[in-house]
Design a protein around this ligand. Structure first.
Ligand SMILES: Nc1ncnc2c1ncn2[C@@H]1O[C@H](COP(=O)(O)OP(=O)(O)OP(=O)(O)O)[C@@H](O)[C@H]1O
Ligand SMILES: [Mg+2]
Length: 322
């Protein structure tokens, strides 16, 4: 049995639009997704803003009722058996509040443990153990108000683990963290893996999924567009090479023209201070480079490089360059 089995899960939202809010509109946030997550697996749900990641996690954590399809957690139906699902899962949602800033980490966890009716004899041992696991042992008696965002986020993870759930959902756990905080949090997530927890993590950072997950599903506009190991997903862009050209003030019409060149699969422009970086996906970089340079004739240019594709490039291809 898989720890998580998702079958054709769907969720629509009804919203009103227009000045007088008279017009109704249906948003298809999740449009029939299916996947299985094995016991003890760390699985990533990856996608751009608005892809349907949070909506999916909310359904799987019984916080939101699906409009179609089914899912089972540890063999239990997320709708019919919701009461039995809840004690066996833990979750954190990115940017979450809900810690007591005037209390230290230990007292925060004690408070939540009593809310969850955890036997004090159990939580007495479990709290120091969890604080150690999330790397807060040495700061456990300091007030949370003095914590960095990363420390608070790690305390949220400890809070979600108080009742020793078998399955953990982490919705964008590194959101808003600086690179060091994010790296520490990823280490915490790796530590959880050795605890044999099944973890579903959402992120829109491809490198994060690559660094952590055994498998990932890429979701875009409510649909799964790829599902595999990060390495296999990277293989899908083996044929691709990425040409990067530094330019200064590229006119929109030149950029549009470049996108129509037959050797160009996709192109984008990133702003970098005074200059821009033209990024072109192509399967024939040797042919593409002279053609691109010809198009950019007359413009000031900086470095021209061709590089191997990364997982990020595979992701861009899968989600249609948006
Ligand atoms: N309560 C709601 N009412 C109306 N529309 C909603 C609601 N919640 C989500 N949506 C819509 O559903 C779609 C998916 O949203 P969701 O929050 O699941 O995306 P996400 O992948 O988590 O994005 P992000 O990376 O920005 O967190 C979006 O178009 C969003 O506007
Ligand atoms: Mg979200």
């Amino acid at each position: 049995m898989s720890a998580i089995e998702v079958s054709n899960l769907q969720r629509d939202f009804q919203t009103t639009i227009g000045v007088f809010k008279r017009k109704k509109k249906t948003v298809k946030a999740v449009q029939g997704i299916s996947f299985d997550i094995a016991d003890g697996e760390l699985f990533g749900l990856l996608g751009p803003n608005g892809a349907g990641k949070t909506t999916s996690v909310k359904m799987l954590t019984t916080l939101l009722i699906p409009t179609g399809g089914t899912a089972r957690i540890l063999g239990l139906d997320i709708i019919k058996d919701a009461d039995q699902v809840r004690p066996r899962i833990g979750f954190i949602f990115g940017g979450e509040r809900g810690l007591y800033w005037r209390l230290n980490a230990t007292d925060n966890l004690r408070y939540f443990a009593s809310l969850y009716y955890i036997d004090p004899a159990v939580s007495k041992k479990r709290i120091p153990y969890l604080l150690e696991m999330v790397g807060l042992k040495d700061r456990a008696d300091e007030k949370v108000e003095g914590y960095s965002r990363g420390m608070r986020q790690r305390l949220h993870i400890a809070r979600a683990l108080l009742h020793d759930p078998e399955v953990l959902f982490l919705d964008e756990p590194t959101m808003g963290l600086d690179p060091v905080g994010a790296r520490e949090l990823r280490q915490t997530v790796r530590n959880l893996q050795s605890e044999k927890k099944t973890i579903l993590l959402t992120t829109h950072y491809m490198f994060e999924a690559d660094a952590l997950c055994q498998r990932v599903a890429v979701i875009n506009k409510g649909e799964i567009v790829a599902m595999d190991t990060p390495a296999k997903i990277k293989d899908t862009v083996n044929d691709l090479s990425v040409v990067e050209i530094e330019v200064f003030g590229i006119p929109p019409e030149t950029f549009e023209k470049i996108k129509t060149l037959s050797v160009v699969e996709s192109a984008s422009v990133e702003d970098r201070d005074q200059r821009q970086l033209l990024l072109v996906h192509t399967s024939k970089s040797a042919e593409a480079i002279p053609l691109l340079i010809a198009e950019l004739q007359g413009l000031k240019m900086g470095k021209v490089t061709a590089r191997e594709p990364t997982l990020e490039d595979a992701y861009v291809r899968l989600v249609g360059g948006e």
